[in-house]
Every structure is written in C-alpha cells, then in structure tokens.
Design a protein around this ligand. Structure first.
Ligand code: HEM
Length: 372
C-alpha cells in the first residue's frame, strides 16, 4: 500500500488521498531545442515511474555507476520506502509561446488576472513546467525533485520551489481532516475522490472541452499564501470563528453540531443576523454562493523561517485542481479577494497556473506525449 500506481488514465497526485508532505518545483525551459525537451520528458517519465515504485532514479545509480563518475542517483532515499510518492507534471502558459505549441494552448490555460490584494513576487510565480512531488516522507519527496532537477541541467532550470510540511486538505473520505496554521480543520467540504460525479464534472478535462490532448488531464492553480500569524494569534476565538464560519474545535459550521453537518447559509440568529456571516470564508467559497462551482483543494502548510522582521514566513501553499481555472478558480478567487473576512489575515505572494496532461498509459507514452 506504500506504492501509488504511476500509470493510468489520469496522473496520480490529484485524487490520490493527500500525502503528508510536498516538494513543489517550477522550471524554466532553457533550451531552444524541442528534441532536447522531449528527450528530457521521456527520461523524466522513466525516472518518475521508478522512484514512485520505491526504486532508485536510475537502476543501481547510487553506487553502481563506477567509482570515477558522479552517482546517477543521489542516494538519500536508498533505505526509505516509496512512501506513497506521486509525481505530477504540468505545463505553464509561457511554454506554449515556444516550440511551435501556440495552436495547442487551451483557452483555459490563460494567465490568471490580478486579484485585489495580490502582492505577488515574480520570483515565486509562473514557470514553464511544474512538478508536484507528494509523499508521506519528506526526504522521499525532496529526493525525487532533486534527481529530476539534476538530469534537467542544460534543458531546464529551477525557477522556484516550495516545501510543504503538512497537508491542509483531505481528498478522500478515508482520511481525517487536518488543520491549517490558523488551527482550523481544512478540507471538510473539499471534493473527495469517492464523489465520482463531482470529480468528473469539476476536475477532469473532457476531450470535447477544448484541446483533445488534455482529455483526462486537469489544471493546477498554485498560490503561495502568506498567513499573518501574529495578527491572527492576537484575535479572539469568536472573531476567528466568525471569519471562517466554522467552529474551531469540531470544525462544524457555525450553528451546527458536527463537522460534516451541512452549511445552513440561510440560518438567522438572535436579532436576525446570519449565523454564518455575509463575509465568512466558507460562505463566499461555497458552491451555493458560486453557482455550483467547486475545486479540489490539495494544499500544504509551509514555514520558511522568519522574514527579518521577527515574523514567521508561514502560510498555506494552496494547490487546487479544476477542469477550467477560468470558470472555477477565477470567479471563486474574485469573490474571495473582494469580500472575504480572511483577507485581513492573509496575503497572496506567489501564483502559477499549469495544464496537467493526462496520465501515462501502456502505449509508449511519456509525460506530455499527447501534446508533443
Ligand atoms: C473552506 C481555510 C484560502 C477555497 C475552508 C475552510 C477553512 C479554510 C478552514 C473550512 C473547511 C473546509 O470546508 O475545507 C483557508 C485558509 C486560506 C484559504 C486559511 C488561506 C490561507 C482559500 C482559497 C480558496 C479557498 C484561496 C479558493 C480560491 C475554499 C473552498 C472551501 C474552503 C472552496 C469550501 C467551502 C464550502 O463549500 O464550504 N477554507 N482557505 N480557500 N476554502 Fe479556504
């Protein structure tokens, strides 16, 4: 059960029950040669399949390649299990400006608009290619990205990367709901893998949507969201719960008893005020308020030390998968960025969007073979 299948109609790492740890990397493509890029994607596919099975990046690469050349596997995962490692690749809008791909860019893969309050650092945004590594052991995830980046030398260069130390979402009904750094259960009303209807409707791209090569794929939106921990920590519990719209202890919607009780957005309390505030996060993000839109959230907590002002550089590395970011993530974030009570306590500092191609199947395919 420690090995997640690499091959399939869809890439692993999307509806796979969210692992505990993440290493996410965005690359720039530095070559002008389409052949070199395709060769790297083929090599990456072989390495990724082996590593997700708990094997070395290259067979016997750590010590078997001879005493007088650098090992072809860096070795730090030698004694570790597969740890449910998944590796998921995506292609950014900028990639489609090159390599003759302009006509293959789906409309859904537009750059995201600037949202109110965005404070984006270009050095933590964008990228031609992303790889999301998730595993239950952080060293396994880091080993995978390190070895993929290593063989990419000369073809791609790391633009930015992010480590996540704890999942902030559950993507399966078999999982308990974890907590984010504000101390609230996160993922309660997420799309779950078992809800096939929602997954088909809101996560997987269909061939008829736009570009046939994306059939069975999805789109990934990444946002590095700084959480203003110190302000939050000085905020009263009552206010924290009002901002989210749920109880901190149980995770139940305000006014209800249990975590999975339905949101009652119409409930009024004493004095006729809505029990779940008009600017509460869960109200504004709910499909009831957004005409049925949902996304599959798969984010991670991060802490990257302190920022030089004595504040934790911590937050939520938000990852969402959806069938069309323009129709799902964008309207959702437009509404949140304007009205969410949470905005007083968070700041979006990084952003990227990627087309995640379908899975590799037993037909000689490789990562992105439907595109190239
Ligand atoms: C729900 C926290 C950012 C979309 C929730 C919940 C919490 C939470 C505690 C309630 C539990 C649940 O149902 O999962 C946060 C924090 C954020 C953040 C701390 C930033 C640091 C975002 C962003 C989006 C988003 C950027 C999308 C653009 C959602 C959605 C729900 C949700 C769709 C489910 C709402 C429902 O249908 O009940 N979030 N969130 N969140 N959040 Fe966030």
């Amino acid at each position: 059960t420690q090995v997640v299948a690499f091959r399939g109609a869809h890439q692993a790492g999307i509806v796979t029950p969210a692992q505990d740890r993440m290493h996410f990397v965005a690359f720039d493509v530095t070559t002008d040669s389409r052949d070199d890029l395709v060769a790297l994607l083929k090599k990456w596919t072989e390495m990724a399949e082996r590593m997700t099975a708990g094997e070395q990046a290259v067979p016997d690469g750590a010590i078997g390649a001879g005493d007088y050349s650098p090992p072809t596997d860096t070795g730090e995962a030698l004694d570790l299990h597969a740890s449910r490692l998944t590796l998921t690749i995506g292609f950014g809008p900028s990639l489609f400006e090159r390599f003759g791909l302009a006509g293959r860019r789906p409309a859904a893969l537009a750059e995201l608009p600037k949202f109110t309050g965005d404070s984006l650092d270009p050095a933590r945004s964008g990228g031609d290619i992303c790889i999301q590594a998730c595993a239950d052991d952080p060293q396994v995830a880091v080993h995978a990205i390190r070895n993929l980046a290593r063989v990419g030398f000369g073809t791609v260069a790391v633009k930015w990367s992010q480590l996540g130390f704890g999942r902030t979402s559950s993507t399966s009904t078999t999982q308990s709901t974890p907590r984010n750094l504000f101390g609230f259960k996160d993922g309660t009303r997420n799309i779950k893998a078992e809800d096939q209807g929602a997954v088909d409707e809101q996560v997987w791209v269909a061939g008829a949507d736009d570009q046939e090569w994306m059939a069975g794929g999805s789109y990934l939106v990444a946002r590095r969201i700084r959480m203003l921990i110190e302000s939050w920590d000085r905020t009263a519990l009552h206010e924290q719960e009002r901002v989210i719209g749920r109880s901190k202890g149980t995770g139940a919607p305000l006014g209800e008893k249990n975590e999975f009780d339905p949101l009652n957005l119409d409930a009024k309390g004493a004095g006729g005020q809505p029990v779940i505030d008009t600017d509460a996060h869960v109200r504004l993000a709910s499909d009831e308020e957004l005409g049925g839109i949902k996304i599959l959230r798969r984010g991670y907590n991060f802490t990257d030390g302190s920022d030089g002002f004595g504040h934790l550089d911590a937050g939520l590395f938000f990852i969402a998968y959806c069938r069309d970011p323009q129709k799902q993530f964008v309207p959702m974030q437009l509404s949140l960025s304007r009205n969410d009570a949470l905005n007083e306590y968070i700041k979006h500092v990084g952003s990227a969007v990627f087309a995640v191609p379908p899975g590799v199947q037993d037909d000689g395919g490789y990562w992105g073979s439907t595109l190239f």
